[in-house]
Design a protein around this ligand. Structure first.
Ligand SMILES: *Cc1c(COP(=O)(O)O)cnc(C)c1O
Length: 236
């Protein structure tokens, strides 16, 4: 018997997130275990990651290699890290060493560079292909038609395991406006899966502001920063 530990902010936010996921799954007739929750820890210190780990989270995302190089070794060793940023060719080696999954593969050149580094390590690198569904000029990612054209080349890289697609929806005040983007990513996933002749189980879509809509449209992995860790501190 004793007093309960005070609930940390991260712990209470995580409870809210789990409820939001469960509610969205209930609306969509999905099992909540079919949606992975990723903590996006960019700009947050290892201590914040440690608190999320204490609360049961195991999956984390970072979008800058330099930051990840310092942070990941300072965190628990048994976590799963995904790279969710834009990967430059001179950072491919670090990405393969640091991350279990590279989300955001957006060109054949980057795919080839990843495959080469994976081969050197005698490994198969799991990746997601980033799609710029909305065609925003400021965003990285495949144009959907170009992706279809590139599939034979991508599918032929036997050191890459293409696990699915990821997208970042345009920022809007009203998450309903993101629904067509998420729906199109799911439809594109189905087309790609048919063309490749393999299952593409992962749909990485949905962030703090639009995760419910993404889940209703089939997301299997939501990437949550502010909704878990609070407002991002300005990077040092
Ligand atoms: C920062 C970031 C997120 C998290 O965004 P929030 O709105 O803080 O949840 C998700 N995905 C990517 C690719 C990001 O860069």
């Amino acid at each position: 018997m004793g007093y309960a530990e005070p609930v940390s902010e991260i712990e209470s936010r995580l409870l809210i997130l789990r409820e939001r996921i469960a509610d969205a799954c209930a609306r969509a007739g999905r099992d909540p275990s079919s949606v992975s929750l990723m903590g996006v820890s960019k700009n947050h210190p290892p201590a914040s990651v440690a608190e999320a780990v204490r609360c049961g989270l195991r999956l984390f995302g970072e979008n800058r290699i330099q930051e990840a190089k310092a942070k990941i070794p300072a965190c628990a060793a048994d976590l799963e890290w995904h790279f969710i940023g834009h990967l430059q060719s001179n950072k491919v080696r670090d990405a393969v060493d640091l991350f279990r999954v590279v989300q955001g593969v957006d060109t054949l050149d980057i795919a080839e560079a990843l495959a080469k580094q994976a081969a050197k390590r005698d490994r198969i690198q799991p990746v997601l292909l980033e799609v710029n569904v909305s065609g925003e000029p400021s965003k990285f990612g495949w144009d959907p038609d170009r992706l279809i054209e590139a599939l034979p080349g991508l599918g032929g890289m036997d050191r890459l395991a293409i696990r699915g697609l990821m997208t970042i929806a345009p920022y809007t005040e009203d998450p309903e406006l993101a629904r067509p983007v998420f729906r199109r990513l799911r439809e594109l996933r189905d087309r790609c899966s048919e063309r490749l002749g393999t299952a593409l189980p992962v749909l990485s879509m949905g962030m703090s502001g639009d995760m419910e809509v993404a889940i209703e449209e089939g997301s299997t992995l939501v990437r949550i920063g502010t909704g878990l860790f609070g407002e991002r501190p300005v990077p040092q």
